[in-house]
Design a protein around this ligand. Structure first.
Ligand SMILES: CC(C)(COP(=O)(O)OP(=O)(O)OC[C@H]1O[C@@H](n2cnc3c(N)ncnc32)[C@H](O)[C@@H]1OP(=O)(O)O)[C@@H](O)C(=O)NCCC(=O)NCCS
Length: 122
């Protein structure tokens, strides 16, 4: 289940965000969180599985698209399809919008797209 960020999730969100390259210092992490708290177009979601928050995705909404700016999965849960699941859930949440990526998220999003195309052609 993707849950929209709220202040109560600040610590867990910062922990997950810190796995992103470029989000290593506490100062940078706080700036990023503030951007998600204050800019309506910046939206942060956490993936909850059972009782644990195991993934995070941050997007920037535009008129006809959203850009995946931050994406991370708790290292204990990687390689189990969670990252791809988060990208699929975003698509369900915003079915009419195009999914775009940044330099940092591009390769993974491309991989998700390729896997999806493969599944459809099977
Ligand atoms: C990137 C990330 C979210 C993937 O999460 P995940 O739950 O392990 O992803 P999935 O299980 O759905 O997919 C795993 C596949 O993605 C590949 N992959 C992992 N990180 C990747 C990356 N940065 N770019 C491209 N492919 C990547 C894996 O090699 C694996 O490939 P395979 O299916 O051919 O074996 C996770 O590795 C992570 O949190 N990384 C640290 C944060 C980060 O670097 N974010 C920026 C990139 S999105």
């Amino acid at each position: 289940m993707l849950l929209r960020y709220k202040k109560a999730y600040e610590k867990i969100a910062m922990g997950l965000l810190s796995y992103m390259p470029g989000e290593k210092s506490v100062k940078k992490l706080q700036e990023t969180i503030h951007q998600y708290e204050n800019d309506e177009n910046w939206q942060l979601y956490l993936l909850k599985q059972d009782e644990d928050f195991i993934g995070l995705v941050g997007i920037i909404l535009d008129v006809d698209s959203y850009t995946v700016k931050h994406l991370s999965v708790n290292p204990s849960f990687r390689g189990e399809g969670i990252g791809s699941q988060i990208i699929a859930k975003l698509k369900d949440l915003f079915p009419d919008l195009e999914c775009k990526s940044t330099e940092e998220t591009a390769l993974f999003i491309k991989k998700c797209r390729q896997k999806e195309e493969q599944q459809h052609s099977e």
